[in-house]
Design a protein around this ligand. Structure first.
Ligand SMILES: [Zn+2]
Ligand SMILES: [Zn+2]
Length: 554
């Protein structure tokens, strides 16, 4: 371990918490708990998720995930990876990072089913031992005794974990809200949470996503009633887009379709896949019949409802293809409606607004959570956080799953609720929970891995940065041909990509001048010419492109 702060070197056991993803960002959650003497701790990992790349900041990168260098070093002492639920920001990195961790994986049936399909795609299903834990089940991993506690969220089978250790009990909430009527699956097992509170809880590691939002998140039951009313009032074709993993929402939309006398058509691979996964694990028993896309096209406009992927404006998803008139079977136009039964994930604003403009341009009514009650969040607002702290009564509050502003506010709020200690730790900061006062005691390597095509590369390797520069200011390749005396034997050859034509001539002149005035070693000449080219481009254009200089001697 590369400790930049004083690490505990005593041989008495301690209990530590270490976030490697999701603490200081929303997405790619990975949390670790260690128990034992500082140089021989045994570890469990909770969740292993991804963050989606952004075309602007990480061009060409589809997914990002935590750098697990630290865990690779202690791999022999990892007892297991426990998944709280099936969202991508909690499970999406397993198929990519498991080869570096190689530990058994524990999940409840629905989550295990989603994971299975991902592992199969990665050709890992034979190698990874996935142990299915029943809802409310318990497992023991060395010094850690874990109990799964049903909670509510926006996907089937969300779980909080009670983690009992010889130095105290931790409640790891996972993602949650308090929905008294979630429409699918269990309600929150508040009796178990209260019981833990009475037993005494050392620390609660808790979701911060909506720590800045007052009130309550609202119930899926209210959304269902609202969707039934809204869809019942619409004429023409109706398309609804929602997160495919929000299976209760899919059921709500399906019931609204039925109530309005509309046949249901699922559009998009992820939507069909999620419905299959839910059915295979015992959910969606009352889901109505689903018509294939081509049959939907033959129905009168008032008799069809399309349930589509693409609520975040993803360019290859169903809704984007429909908006671009590129879908083979689904045609929407004047008099039809599209309902976004979802929220805007920060960073997707531009893509979503562009998609909505495209739909509006075709005369389609666009209905969103801004103007209609068509969505509730899956994360706890402040009244729900207060309720959870009242039940669990932890000695230490550890906010996770948020940007720093969410986590800091969450910590402040916890103190306001009389929680004695609150520690805000960012990715890589190790918190000792016991013995003694909770505090940050060490710093481990952390960061992001980028899935770039089929390769996992470290963010510091700079590929994304170079590609960003290329997209901003293009590329100039310079070839200099020198004679034996080191003089230019021909005009410099310039090769440009993404550079306006008028930049070319001034750069060529600057390159020739720099090369002629120089009689030095190659490297020196290369650098002089490179800088001259960038300076010349900047003078006429106001931008400095990436320049590479190649020297050929004859
Ligand atoms: Zn999450
Ligand atoms: Zn979640």
């Amino acid at each position: 371990m590369t400790g930049t702060m004083t690490a505990d070197t005593s041989d008495t056991a301690d209990l530590v918490f270490l976030p490697l993803g999701g603490a200081g960002e929303i997405g790619m959650n990975l949390n670790c708990y260690g128990y034992g003497p500082a140089d021989a701790r045994r570890w469990i990992i909770v969740d292993c998720g991804v963050l989606f790349g952004r075309e602007t900041s990480t061009p060409g990168v589809d997914l990002m995930m935590p750098d697990v260098r630290f865990l690779e070093e202690v791999r022999e002492d990892i007892l297991g990876l426990i998944l709280t639920h099936g969202h991508e920001d909690h499970l999406g990195a397993v198929a990519h990072l498991w080869p570096r961790l190689r530990c058994p994986v524990y999940a409840t049936p629905f989550t295990a089913r989603l994971l299975h399909d991902k592992l199969e795609e990665a050709g890992l299903e034979e190698r990874v031992r996935v142990k299915i834990v029943p809802l409310g089940g318990a497992i023991r991993l060395g010094p850690f005794a874990l109990e799964f506690i049903s909670i509510t969220h926006s996907i089937p089978e969300p779980n909080a974990l009670a983690i009992r250790t010889p130095l105290g009990t931790i409640v790891h909430t996972g993602d949650w809200k308090l929905d008294p009527d979630p429409q699918l699956g269990e309600v929150t097992n508040d009796a178990a949470l209260r019981r833990l509170g009475e037993e005494g809880v050392l620390a609660m590691v808790c979701d911060s996503t909506n720590a800045l939002v007052p009130g309550e998140s609202g119930s899926e039951a209210e959304v269902r009633r609202s969707l039934i009313r809204l869809i019942g009032s619409l004429k023409g074709r109706v398309a609804v887009t929602a997160f495919a993993s929000n299976v209760a929402r899919l059921q709500s939309v399906a019931e609204a379709a039925q109530a309005a006398g509309r046949e249901l058509v699922l559009v998009g691979r992820a939507m069909r896949h999620m419905v299959n996964c839910a059915r295979d694990t015992g959910y969606l028993k009352k889901f109505p019949r689903v018509l294939p896309e081509e049959q939907g096209a033959e129905l009168p406009a008032d008799h069809v409802l399309y349930l589509c992927t693409g609520s975040q404006g993803e360019p290859r998803a169903a809704l984007a293809r429909i908006a671009a008139d590129e879908h083979p079977y689904v045609n929407l136009g004047e008099g039809d409606s599209v309902i976004f039964s979802s929220r805007i994930i920060p960073g997707n604003e531009l893509a979503i607004f562009e998609l909505q403009n495209q739909l509006a341009a075709k005369g389609i009514a666009v209905l969103t959570e801004r103007d209609h009650f068509v969505h509730v969040s899956g994360h706890p607002a402040r009244d729900e956080l207060a309720q959870m702290y009242a039940w669990v009564k932890p000695r230490v509050a550890i906010p996770v799953h948020g940007e720093l502003r969410h986590m800091s506010e969450h910590a402040r709020f916890a103190r306001e609720l009389q929680v004695p200690e609150a520690v805000v730790a960012l990715n890589g900061q190790m918190v000792r929970l016991a013995p003694g006062r909770a505090e940050i005691v060490d710093e481990t390597p952390s960061g992001r891995l980028h899935l770039d095509g089929r390769m996992l590369v470290h963010e510091d390797d700079g590929f994304a940065r170079a590609r960003r520069s290329l997209s901003y200011a293009g590329f100039i390749g310079v070839t200099l041909v020198l004679d034996r005396k080191g003089r230019l034997a021909a005009d410099p050859a310039l090769h440009i990509e993404g550079i306006p034509e008028p930049v070319l001539e001034p750069v060529r002149e600057a390159v020739a001048r720099a090369a002629n005035g120089k009689r030095a070693r190659d490297e020196d000449l290369q650098e002089t010419v490179r800088l001259a080219a960038r300076r010349a481009a900047n003078e006429v254009w106001g931008k400095k492109p990436i320049v590479r200089v190649q020297i050929v001697e004859i």
